[in-house]
Ligand binder design. Sequence first.
Ligand code: SF4
Length: 497
Amino acid sequence: MVKQRVESVANGKIRCDACPVMCYISDGRSGACDRYANVGGELIRVDPLTIIENTISEGGNVVPFLAQPGESEWDGDIVHATRSFVTAVGAGTTYPDYKPAPFIVSQQENGVDMVTVVTEGIFSYCGAKVKIDTDRFLGSETATVRVDGEAIGHVTTGEYGSQMLSLGGVHHLTGGSQKEGRITCDALLRLCNGESVDMQVDGGVNLTIKAGAAPVINDVEESRMRVGCGSATIGMFAKQWMGHVDEVVVVDDHITGVLSEHQAGRLLDVPATGIRIKGRRSTPGRYFQVAEPGIGWGGTNISDPLTILGDFDPKTAWPGMRMLMVSTTGEQYGYYILDDNLRPELQIILPAALQESVEIIAENCEPALTSVLFIGGAGGSLRAGVTTNPVRLTRSVKEALTHVSCGGVPAYVWPGGGITVMADVTQMPSNAFGYVPTPALVAPIEFTMRLDDYRALGGHMEAVMPIEQALELAERKVTPIGRGPWPTESRNFRWGA
Ligand code: SF4
C-alpha cells in the first residue's frame, strides 16, 4: 500500500490532507471517503497501487527475440518480455497540489527517457457521457434523469441507433442541494466503477444501466441495436425481398422506409403498390414522424404497425398484394395480404424466404450495450502537481508532447482551453474511481512525456524516481484490457508519430 506523509497529528489522530475535507483519522479507522486509513499511525492509501503489465505469457504484445540492438538472441531475461506502466489507481492524491504528484516515474522506451506523472485527480468538474444502444424512447431531449428522486443529469441528443445521457457535471455535484450532490457523486462513482445504477427519466422510462452491459428499459433487457434506419434497411435488404413480396415497410422512429417508393425499389423495378403512409414524406420512400417516439416498433409508440398506414389507393393497389412490415431490429414483423376491399389481413404464416430476411435483419444488429465515458477537466491545482508552471502542461498536451491516460487508457483530450479528457471506463482496471465528500469524483490520470520535455515544462525533477522504485510498492498487477497504444509508445507523441 502507498503511504502518505503525515503532516499533522492531534489527540492521537492523524490528519489526512489528500482532499479539502482534511479528516482526522484514529488508528485502525479510515477517513470519510474510505480511501485513506490510519494504520499504526501511518496514513495509508487503502486501495493497492495498480500497474499494468504487458507480457508474452499473458497475451500482450510480443517482443521479438532479436529485437534489441547489439543483441544476437534473446537472453532469457524476462525483463525483455515484460513492460510495466504505473497507473494512478491507488497512487493517492496530493492536496493542495503545490506538492509534486504522488508518483513521478522514469523509464526507458526504445532508448528514450520517459517520465509518467501519476495522480488520482479530484474532479469537481466531471461526469459521464452514456451511450445506450436502443431506439426506444427513453425520454425527451433535456428530460431530467433521476436517481432516488434526485436530478443527476439529462437526456441529450440521440446518436445513430443510440440514446444518449449526460450525467453529473458541476451543477448537480455542487450547485444543488447536498443530497443532490451526494447522490450524483455516488451514481457516477458506481457507473464509472462498472456497477449497475437504477435511474428514472422524467416523462420517460425506468432504466438500469451498467457500463459494457445491455441496458434494461422498464424491466426489459434490450438485446439489439438497430441495423440502420428504415431507409437504410430497405437499401441493404431490397434485393432479398424481390419475388417474395410486393411491398415492404420498415418501421422506424427516425425514417420509415417503403420499398416500392424508395430509390432502391425503383432501381429494382418494384411496381407501385398504392400504399399510403401517414408520416411526413421526406424524399421518395422515406418518411419522418410516422408515430410518436416510444418503446414499441422501431422506437415508436406503436404496437400495431397498420396504424401508420392510410387507405391503399384503389387505382394502383390490388387484392392479393403481399406486404411485409418489419422493425429495424427485426424483433417485430407482420406479413399481410390485401383482401378484396384492399384492407391488409395479417397472415399467420410467414413465408420461409421472408422469415429468412427478417432473421438477416436481426443477425445484422449488433448487441445493445451501454457505454460510459468518464469526462473530467484537470484543474489548475491538479496540473500544479505535475509542474510548477501549469499552463506549460496544457500546452504540452495540446502540442502532443504529453500523452494523457486514465488508468492507462488513452484519454481523448478536447480541443480548446484546459485539459478536458474523456476515457472509456470499461477499459480501466476495476475500482479505478473513488470519491471525496466535497463531493467530487476521484479519477486516475497519468501524464507521460519525454524526460527532457518534462524538465522543459518546469516539472518536479527532484521527485522523479525510477520505475523500479514504484513497482516495489505496487500490489496489484493487471493486464491491458483494451488494444489501445501503450502509454509510453512513441506513436502517442508528435516526435514519434
Ligand atoms: S475524505 Fe478521504 S481524502 Fe479527504 S481528507 Fe478524508 S480521508 Fe483524506
